[in-house]
Ligand binder design. Structure first.
Ligand SMILES: [Fe+2]
Length: 470
C-alpha cells in the first residue's frame, strides 16, 4: 500500500510540474493541439500564481493557491538561474474559499532596475521551477492596457462558450502583444477580468499565459468580477483601501511606477466619501508623481452604447469625474462597454481641447478618457458621441493600448490585437507641476461634499437592498 501511495504521490507531482514547467518562461503562440493538453492539465490544478504589481517599481508580489495542509508562503529570488545565494521572502497564508486550499501571498522587495531575477514559489510540494523576471527602466517605461479580458464559459449575451477556446485566444493574444512590445513593464486592466467571478477555473485560465510569469499585473474590479468573490483570493494588489463604507469585494488601490501614480477605483461602488478620501490620501503621499492615471471599470466619456446608461451618466459621472478633475488626472483608463474609444480632453463635462488621432498636446487642460475593448466576450455596437476623438468602428477586432512614459511625454497608442496595426495615438507633453491648492479646486472640493453625502445615502440604500435580496 505504501509503494502504491508513493507512486501516486510521484504521479501527482509530475502532473502538477508538467503544467507549470510548460509555463517556464518559454512563451510561444500555441496551436490548438498543444493548447488542448496544456489546458486540460492546468485548469483543475488551481495552483498558477498571479504576479501582481508592487507598491512601487522596486516590488512585485505573488499570490497562489496551495493545499492547506502543506501551504508555505515563501518565494526564493536569486540573480542567477541556478538560484545560488537566493534570498527568501516570506508572506502570509490565509484561507481560500474552497475546502482544500489556502492562499499564499508574498511581496518581493528591493528590486533594482535593468536587472534579471530568477524566482520560485513554494507549491506545497517543494519549490516550483525557476522563472525569470527582468526589470526594465524605472524612469522611462511602457505599460500595456487590456480591458475586459472576461474569461468565461457564459458570455454576456447568455450563450455558453468554450472556456478552453477562450483561454487559447487570450493566451495567444497576450503572447503576440508582448512579443510586439518586449519593452512592456506591466499590464493594467480596468476590470471584468473574469465573467462569473465565481470559479477557480476562470482564474486559472486567466493566469495560463506564460507571459504572466514575468509580467506584473494591476487588475481593477469590474461588475463581472463582482458577481462572485474569487477576485479576493487570486490577487494581491498594493495599497488596497477598503474604506469605511465598502462591502464585499469593494476596494480601491494605488501604486507608483517611476513618475506615474495609478489610482484604481472600484466603480461598481457609488461610495463617494470613501473614493474621495482614498484619492486625497494617495495624492498627498505622492506629490512628486508627474503623471496621475485613473483606472476604473465603467466608461465615462467612453464608447459603446452602455455609455448612454442612466447609471453611468448620472451616478458615475458625478462621483468620479469631479475627483479626476480636482486632482488633475492626465488620463483615465476605463472598460466595460466592450468598445474601443478615446475621448477629447474633457473638462466639466465639455470638450476642452479637441484631440484628433496623431496629435501632440503640450500641457493640455482637461482629461483624456481611454475606453478599452474586450478580449473574450461579445463586442458592443457602434456608438457615436461628441466627446469621442477616436472610436473603433470595426466589430470583432481585439485591441490593446500602450502607455509609454518618455521624458516629459506620455505616448498613448492603440493597436489591433491580430496584426498590431496602429489605430490611434496621441502624445501628451507635460512640463508643469500639479497644483492641488488653487481657489477653484477649493470650491470644487467644497461642493463635492454634497456628492459625498448623496453617495453615502445611495451606498447605504444599495447595501440594504443587496442584503434583503440575498
Ligand atoms: Fe463590465
Amino acid at each position: 500500500m505504501r509503494k502504491i501511495f508513493c507512486l501516486l504521490l510521484v504521479l501527482i507531482m509530475m502532473f502538477n510540474t508538467a503544467c507549470l514547467s510548460h509555463a517556464n518562461n518559454s512563451s510561444h503562440a500555441m496551436t490548438k493541439e498543444e493548447w488542448d493538453s496544456f489546458y486540460s492539465e492546468c485548469v483543475k490544478n488551481n495552483n498558477l500564481p498571479t504576479l501582481n504589481v508592487g507598491a512601487d517599481e522596486t516590488q512585485v508580489s505573488l499570490c497562489w493557491h496551495s493545499d492547506s495542509d502543506k501551504a508555505v508562503a515563501e518565494v526564493r529570488v536569486a540573480e542567477n538561474a541556478e538560484m545560488n545565494s537566493f534570498i527568501t521572502f516570506k508572506g502570509d497564508v490565509t484561507p481560500s474559499d474552497n475546502d482544500t486550499q489556502s492562499v499564499c501571498r508574498v511581496t518581493v522587495t528591493d528590486l533594482k532596475e535593468h536587472s534579471d531575477y530568477y524566482y520560485q514559489w513554494h507549491t506545497g510540494d517543494g519549490f516550483s521551477k525557476v522563472y525569470k523576471y527582468s526589470t526594465k527602466s524605472f524612469c522611462d517605461h511602457k505599460a500595456i492596457v487590456v480591458g475586459d479580458i472576461q474569461i468565461t464559459e457564459i458570455r454576456d449575451d447568455g450563450n455558453n462558450t468554450d472556456q478552453s477556446r477562450v483561454g487559447l485566444y487570450w493566451y495567444n493574444f497576450l503572447d503576440g502583444a508582448i512579443k510586439q512590445n518586449p519593452d512592456i513593464s506591466y499590464l493594467i486592466s480596468p476590470g471584468d477580468n473574469t465573467s462569473t467571478g465565481s470559479t477557480d477555473e476562470e482564474w486559472q485560465t486567466l493566469l495560463m499565459p506564460e507571459t504572466l510569469r514575468s509580467l506584473p499585473v494591476a487588475l481593477a474590479i469590474g461588475n463581472h468580477d463582482k458577481k462572485g468573490m474569487k477576485y479576493n483570493y487570486f490577487t494581491n494588489m498594493p495599497n488596497e483601501d477598503y474604506g469605511r463604507f465598502f462591502s464585499g469585494l469593494d476596494r480601491n488601490f494605488w501604486f507608483r511606477y517611476g513618475d506615474v501614480l495609478y489610482l484604481s477605483f472600484d466603480s461598481t461602488s457609488g461610495n463617494a466619501p470613501d473614493h474621495m478620501r482614498f484619492a486625497k490620501k494617495a495624492i498627498e503621499q505622492n506629490q512628486d508623481a508627474k503623471w496621475r492615471i485613473g483606472l476604473i471599470h465603467h466608461g465615462i466619456y467612453g464608447s459603446g452604447d452602455a455609455i448612454g446608461d442612466t447609471e453611468t451618466e448620472i451616478l458615475l459621472t458625478n462621483i468620479f469625474a469631479p475627483i479626476f478633475q480636482i486632482y488633475d488626472f492626465d488620463l483615465v483608463v476605463t472598460g466595460h462597454t466592450h468598445s474601443q474609444g478615446r475621448s477629447h480632453f474633457m473638462h466639466s463635462g465639455k470638450i476642452k481641447t479637441e484631440a484628433p488621432s496623431g496629435g501632440r498636446f503640450v500641457n493640455p487642460e482637461g482629461i483624456v478618457y481611454l475606453n478599452s475593448n474586450v478580449v473574450c466576450d461579445v463586442y458592443d455596437d457602434d456608438f457615436d458621441a461628441e466627446h469621442l476623438a477616436y472610436k473603433l468602428v470595426e466589430d470583432e477586432v481585439t485591441t490593446y493600448s500602450t502607455l509609454e512614459f518618455k521624458g516629459d511625454e506620455l505616448i498613448l497608442e492603440t493597436r489591433r490585437g491580430d496584426n498590431h496595426e496602429l489605430l490611434d495615438s496621441i502624445i501628451i507633453k507635460k512640463t508643469v507641476e500639479h497644483n492641488d491648492n488653487t481657489v477653484g479646486k477649493f470650491f470644487r472640493k467644497t461642493t463635492y461634499k454634497i456628492i459625498e453625502f448623496v453617495g453615502f445615502i445611495y451606498t447605504m440604500v444599495d447595501n440594504l437592498v443587496r442584503k434583503i435580496s440575498k
